[in-house]
Design a protein around this ligand. Sequence first.
Ligand SMILES: [Fe+2]
Ligand SMILES: [Fe+2]
Length: 190
Amino acid sequence: MKMFGSIGTRSLLFGVHQFLWHPLTVWLAWKELYGNPSWKETVCIALHDMGYWGKKSMDGSDGVRHPEAGAELVGRMFGEEYRQLVLGHSRSYAKLHGIDPSKLCWADKLSIKYERWWLYLPRAWASGELKEYRAVADHKRFVDKNESNRKWFEKLKEDMERQSKEETRKQHCIKSIKNTVGAKQVPVRL
Ligand SMILES: [Fe+2]
Ligand SMILES: [Fe+2]
């Protein structure tokens, strides 16, 4: 499959980040978490992973910078707020640059909910991503390399769904606390 280019390019063409299917699942996840995205947010969703093009690794030193290309483009079109939305979609990128993960990060994580193993695993295998993801999962002691790919996928799905729901709930709480603190105090009559 190497004739199709680097692992990042293959991921966009027919792998996990397939350029039509992956944004569609992220769009659905966004809708589930926050309601319908605006058209500008939809463009951000469509372009957020375009920077994988030509990347030689998914999570290595070049792959980790994949949010930059999409962020640059939407930043030029719609401004800084949208640039940050795309830059912050990757937790590792956000951590590396000391920025907060954006709303797009949690929609991106939840998007796996809309995947099925029989659609996801063949893509991950064909692009070569599966090997890299399994090695990382084994290294982090997330899923042992001797476990089946299906088991790895189901565990990943469970973990991503839990994380995205927890994080959005947390952010919702922070927002309502801020609103409460800023709200006018109503005197209580006894
Ligand atoms: Fe990404
Ligand atoms: Fe993504």
